[in-house]
Ligand binder design. Structure first.
Ligand code: HEC
Ligand code: HEC
Ligand code: HEC
Ligand code: HEC
Length: 210
């Protein structure tokens, strides 16, 4: 929010400065001259309109493409599960639900039985919890949508990192403050930077790519 205000003010100041410079320090006199130019503008109204429309559409497209409002939160999950509530408010350890992080390549997502371990008793009739019962009764694994992923050709394992006591948050961000998880794509530079500072393997082909 702060960034938006600061950049808007900066833009206004820049625009005013541009007006003063462009009019040779006499904006008012140029305004009078502009009045006579109004007729010229009117004659060219269609091209001007089209150009403005194109500029607006392009800006709009770029905005939606690079920061669609929904990207502020991750994919919609089948059950409105909240890490903030379970980890932060209810103080459940990550390892309780992701027990394999330190032991295998795949931390694993909790099966519905694990949710029901608590939710058979806690708010058992809440609509979101009823969905869990439905998955349990029909023996369907909850179709959670993946948030973090690496390209196929990148080798990664949790174990090696957890053993070096690297916190989950280093790579996954402040999971405990999010209701719906937001994933950011991992960039190779991110992996390499830490490997460099921690003297870990930087050998591309044997270590990280196959
Ligand atoms: C260790 C116990 C425990 C486990 C395991 C657990 N929960 Fe919860 N969950 C809670 C508690 C406590 C609440 C808060 C209940 C309340 O608001 O009174 C809660 C609340 C919820 C809510 C309601 C949130 C809201 O919007 O108010 C949902 C949905 C939920 N849990 C889903 C899950 C799912 C899915 C799992 C399995 C991945 C799970 N829970 C595992 C203890 C647990
Ligand atoms: C009560 C169970 C529970 C606890 C505690 C919990 N998680 Fe999760 N976690 C889940 C469930 C269910 C999902 C799948 C739904 C989702 O992505 O929100 C998940 C998804 C994730 C994912 C995204 C996986 C993907 O799809 O790419 C990460 C990363 C993660 N958890 C990290 C953590 C960390 C770090 C902690 C501790 C700070 C933690 N979790 C604590 C249940 C839990
Ligand atoms: C060094 C970085 C790093 C650390 C530290 C880390 N993760 Fe991950 N995590 C990843 C990457 C990268 C992926 C995506 C892996 C993939 O797509 O194969 C991932 C995926 C996951 C997933 C989804 C797994 C799945 O099967 O879909 C969960 C859950 C998860 N991490 C939980 C945790 C937890 C809990 C911790 C802390 C105990 C943790 N991670 C620590 C980098 C890390
Ligand atoms: C916060 C620091 C950190 C980040 C971020 C990190 N790593 Fe690591 N990584 C390490 C350390 C430290 C080791 C060495 C572990 C050991 O010696 O057992 C390691 C080891 C590895 C290994 C095993 C290398 C070998 O010697 O065989 C692989 C593969 C790997 N990392 C891949 C990745 C990938 C892929 C990413 C990015 C998604 C990543 N790492 C991000 C710190 C990090």
């Amino acid at each position: 929010m702060m960034e938006i205000i600061v950049s808007t003010v900066a833009l206004i100041v820049l625009a005013l400065a541009a007006v003063v410079v462009a009019t040779g320090g006499r904006p008012m006199r140029s305004l009078a001259a502009a009045a006579s130019r109004r007729e010229t503008l009117w004659r060219n109204r269609w091209p001007i309109l089209w150009i403005s429309l194109c500029v607006i559409l392009t800006a709009g497209f770029l905005y939606w493409f690079y920061m669609p409002p929904a990207a502020a939160r991750g994919p919609v999950q089948p059950i409105a599960f909240s890490h903030r509530l379970h980890v932060n408010v209810k103080a459940i350890q990550c390892e309780f639900c992701h027990p394999y992080a330190g032991r295998s390549n795949h931390p694993g997502l909790p099966p519905v039985e694990k949710c029901l371990y608590c939710h058979n008793h806690i708010i058992a009739n809440f609509p979101e919890i009823r969905k869990e019962h439905a998955y349990f009764d029909t023996v369907t694994p909850t179709p959670w949508r993946k948030v973090f992923y690496l390209p196929e050709h990148v080798l990664f394992n949790h174990q090696r990192h957890i053993r070096k006591e690297i916190a989950c948050q280093n790579c996954h961000g402040a999971v405990e403050q999010q209701d719906r998880l937001t994933g950011e794509p991992f960039r190779m530079g991110f992996c390499v930077e830490c490997h460099r500072t921690r003297n870990a393997n930087l050998d591309c082909w044997l270590a990280c790519h196959n």
